[in-house]
Write a protein that binds this ligand. Structure first.
Ligand code: NAD
Length: 376
């Protein structure tokens, strides 16, 4: 791939809820030039273009690509449209950044990845929390051996069902999220899942999974997944019954690392070295030093105006654009994209297999894929 230094031309398709986060992060990237936005609803395209000073807006993807010739298109449309629209954009000669979940299932992901390879274009998936400063620092600490070898990962997503994304899904039985084969989970669990797979060596660990419906809802809202690899295990909890939180805890042979993505803190607990009762002083002292580090670190980032909810998104965009320009490696390998898609399929299959067929909570409520795709 040849190296180019001219600004990268970026367009976005799908001016709904997450589009604002994309456009505001794209705007912060020095070498990105936002050239166009597109939505089937002209008002949404117009408003996004005005809010983020994007020079052109469209309701047709073909017209947008033909007129503005973007290098990269961000696809922020509903999940069931991802496969078809990504293939279309690849065919029109664009590299595509696809929001998570990459596709509806692993079969679609294989299809899209094969299309990208066949037209010599790339795709990237929105696994942005892997590029969050907290995650990047945690990985450096793990690589330095601070917690020894990773043996277990716990990933929790407390999902605010009354928040700005969740309330729309909860109040509208026809919302596209409710029609996904894995329902609410399909649209949300990529984040806690890839926060496990990034450090789990087994490509496809054994899975047990269970979903459950809260009394006050008519669709499954709670999910629990256990993963068993050769030497490592993982556990994923998604709950609408917990306060909003995005937490991952990494257990190693010499210590534990707690990552809180919202507080942007890292808590390192290492095996104490002092004997007996002295260890009871060493442990809180470690915690005190750790808290001081977090406070200093966050103060510094605050002063630099560098604390953003979607900070990982900006870094991932930058790395992907740099790759498209021939200046760096692909930030997320195609194999990893497919691996996560396959794991999601297996999680949902396992949940279904555990349900008594007559009481399958997804049976009546899960969508017909063809019906969902007809919204394209
Ligand atoms: N990374 C994150 O933290 C995060 C957060 C929220 C949503 N998401 C993901 O972003 C994607 C979109 O979610 P959302 O909540 O913004 O959805 P949304 O329903 O609010 O917006 C989707 C937009 O796409 C438009 N659209 C649909 N089909 C189109 C087409 N063929 N051409 C042009 N426009 C089209 C719709 O009109 C709508 O405006 C989903 O995959 C979701 O999982 C990611």
């Amino acid at each position: 791939m040849s190296v180019t230094t001219s600004p990268i031309r970026v367009a976005l398709v799908g001016c709904g809820q997450i589009a604002d986060a994309h456009l505001s992060q794209i705007r912060r990237i020095r070498f990105a030039d936002p050239v166009a936005v597109c939505d089937v609803h002209p008002d949404l395209a117009y408003q996004a273009a005005v809010r983020f000073e994007v020079p052109a807006q469209f309701t047709s993807i073909d017209e947008m690509v033909e007129t503005t010739r973007p290098d990269v298109v961000h696809l922020t449309t509903p999940a069931h449209t991802h496969a078809a629209l990504t293939k279309k954009l690849l065919g029109l000669g664009c590299h595509v950044y696809v929001e998570k979940p990459f596709t509806l299932d692993a079969q679609e992901s294989l299809d899209v990845l094969a299309t990208a390879a066949s037209v010599d274009k790339t795709v990237c998936v929105g696994h942005d929390q892997l590029f969050d400063p907290t995650w990047l620092t945690a990985k450096k600490w793990i690589q330095r051996g601070l917690i020894g070898d990773v043996r277990h990962l716990e990933s929790v997503l407390g999902y605010p069902i009354d928040g700005k994304f969740g309330s729309l899904v909860a109040s509208d039985s026809n919302h596209w999220v409710r029609k996904l084969p894995g329902g609410l989970f399909q649209n949300t669990i990529s984040h806690p899942l890839y926060r496990i797979t990034d450090l789990l060596n087994d490509s496809q660990p054994d899975i047990t999974a269970h979903w459950r419906t809260r009394d006050d809802f008519d669709f499954p809202t709670e999910l629990s997944v256990q993963m068993q690899g050769t030497k490592q295990t993982g556990s994923l909890t998604f709950s609408t019954d917990l306060p909003h939180q995005r937490i991952t805890r990494v257990y190693g042979t010499d210590g534990t690392l707690d990552l809180d993505f919202d507080a942007q803190t890292l808590r390192l607990s290492r095996r104490t070295k002092l004997p007996g009762a002295f260890a009871k002083l060493e442990a809180p002292f470690q915690q005190f030093r750790n808290s001081c580090w977090n406070l200093r670190h966050n103060m510094w980032r605050f002063l630099k105006a560098d604390i953003h909810y979607f900070a990982g998104m900006k870094t991932l965009f930058e790395e992907y654009y740099a790759h498209v320009q021939g200046r760096g490696p692909i930030p997320i390998e195609p194999d990893e994209i497919h691996r996560v898609a396959l794991l999601m399929d297996r999680i949902f299959e396992h949940c279904r297999s555990r349900d008594d067929a007559s009481e399958n909570p997804m049976e009546d409520k899960s969508p017909q894929t063809s019906e969902a795709v007809s919204c394209l």
